[in-house]
Design a protein around this ligand. Structure first.
Ligand code: ADP
Length: 488
């Protein structure tokens, strides 16, 4: 599978690379061909610049504005002697062709454009100028030209096509074969080695990408532990690192989701169990009361009614806490923040708890700083946090125990609230998880009063205040729960 993917990727990129090289090579040949040709033409025109002038130097075929045939024949004869490949034309000032050499050629254009001729005569820099070829309409060729004047009167032009048909054919063949040789030797060798080096580079890159693709494929197919080995990678390292990081995040999230799913299952099991127990107790005692209505003593009746009452209180607490946590988790509760003195709130709550604590022979002490700025928070939600923490402190502290609540000024304009007990403490392995809903540590086996929701609610409320709940605990020595609130 990996080999197949690697091969197809390798061949695809190689093909594109080859096509690109071929296009570049062809463009190079085309440009060199044209510029070399232009260069040759320019050289030809410069060398033969004075050819037309030379032709008429010794003989002029005009007299009194009329062409003198013998003189013309003599002039053409002279051309034969200079270069039999030249094509010579006698052109009147408007461009009409009067006579030409060699006479056997069939000219197609009867007149030619005189502007290039005038430009040629006027140009002292001897730059490349092309003119019409009377034998091939539409073709432009290099030429030499010279005016025929007498008594300052222009009678005609001598117009010499330098690359005549024959010469053109010869030079074309020679030029093409010369160019082919250059292309074959230089371009061919250059392209061959470039292609070879390119293939080696492509092979290394595609091999590495193929490794990466293979790991991605394994990951997609469910192997969540598949990671790319970063050794031996170079430019692809960043991509591989990104994939590995992404895979780590995904697996962590999947683990978290699994944990949440497990908690959800646990929650459903716990909710149904916890609801069922008090309901069963209530139903049982009520049925007994109905059946034995006339036979039971007043004392028994009171005991039954107490049991029903306790169970209904537990049921109410459970339903209430579940409802509260669901609303908090669904972000349906928005904190209604205001400024208040936290020490006063702590004082109120602790006095409410004195009786419950007293029944268990537990002492609650408060150490409240008087110099605190008011905090800015939702007073009833913070009251709930402190109550939950105090409930736990009392629940998990044996008789004759001790609880303290401290408020103190902290850095960053915050107030620190600490609730400490000298109870049973929390085992280290449970310390992180006790904040999850429905989690109950193994430190406490009497689940009668326990819902596993109190800390989850407190944590969620503090989240809404951009604060967190910290825990310092030691088994059999006690626990401290700490949180901070911003001042207004
Ligand atoms: P509940 O108290 O109803 O079980 P919580 O969410 O309030 O639920 O607490 C979760 C668990 O954390 C408790 O079951 C207990 O194991 C542990 N815990 C909380 N507070 C204390 C504490 N002060 N001392 C010892 N254990 C505690």
């Amino acid at each position: 599978m990996e080999q197949k993917r690697y091969n197809s990727l390798f061949w695809k990129i190689s093909l594109v690379f080859f096509l690109l090289l071929a296009i570049v090579g062809m463009a190079h040949v085309y440009i060199s061909y044209n510029s070399s040709r232009e260069y040759l033409e320019e050289v030809n025109q410069r060398i033969n610049h004075d050819t037309a002038k030379n032709i008429i130097e010794n003989s002029t075929p005009f007299y009194n504005g009329k062409v003198i045939k013998p003189a013309l024949n003599e002039m053409f004869h002279h051309v034969m002697a200079i270069n039999p490949n030249l094509e010579v034309y006698l052109v009147d000032p408007k461009g009409k062709i009067i006579a030409w050499f060699p006479p056997e050629k069939k000219i197609i254009l009867e007149s030619i454009n005189v502007l290039p001729i005038k430009a040629f005569i006027a140009d002292k820099k001897k730059s490349l100028i092309r003119g019409d070829d009377p034998l091939n309409p539409g073709t432009q060729k290099v030429f030499s030209a010279h005016p025929l004047t007498m008594n300052n009167m222009l009678y005609a032009y001598i117009y010499v096509v330098l690359n005549g048909e024959k010469k053109q054919a010869e030079s074309d063949t020679l030029f093409t074969s010369y160019l082919w040789q250059i292309s074959y030797r230089t371009m061919g060798i250059t392209l061959f080695f470039t292609f070879l080096i390119g293939l080696l580079i492509i092979r290394t890159i595609t091999k590495n990408y193929s490794k990466i693709l293979n790991v991605m494929q394994r990951f997609r197919e469910g192997d969540l532990h598949a990671r790319i080995n970063l050794d031996s990678l170079s430019s692809e390292k960043q991509l591989a690192e990104m994939f590995n990081e992404m895979a780590d995040i995904l697996t962590t999230n999947i683990d978290k989701l699994k944990e949440v799913e497990n908690l959800r299952r646990e929650l459903i099991a716990n909710v149904s169990h916890d609801l069922r127990t008090p309901i069963a107790i209530i139903r049982g005692y009520l049925e007994t009361l109905q059946i034995k209505e006339k036979t039971i003593t007043d004392e028994e009746r009171k005991r039954y009614i107490d049991m029903v009452s306790q169970s209904s209180v537990k049921l109410e607490k459970l339903v209430h806490e579940l409802f509260e946590l669901s609303k908090l988790e669904a972000n349906q509760i928005r904190p209604n923040k205001e400024a208040f003195i936290i020490s006063e709130l702590v004082n109120d709550i602790s006095s409410k708890y004195h009786l419950i604590a007293h029944n268990k022979k537990i002492t609650i002490d408060t150490f409240l700083s008087k110099e605190l700025a008011p905090v800015f928070a939702d007073i009833s939600l913070i009251e709930r946090v402190i109550q939950n923490l105090l409930d736990n402190a009392i629940k998990f502290t044996p008789e004759n125990g001790y609880i303290s609540i401290t408020t103190e000024k902290c850095l960053n304009n915050t107030v620190k609230i600490t609730i400490t007990d000298n109870g049973i403490g929390i085992p280290e392995k449970d310390r992180e998880r006790i904040f999850a809903r429905y989690y109950r540590a193994n430190n406490y086996t009497d689940l009668k009063n326990s819902t596993g929701l109190g800390l989850a609610i407190a944590k969620k409320i503090l989240d809404l205040h951009d604060s967190s709940l910290e825990l310092i605990s030691s088994e059999n020595t006690g626990s401290s729960f700490i949180f901070k609130l911003k001042c207004s």
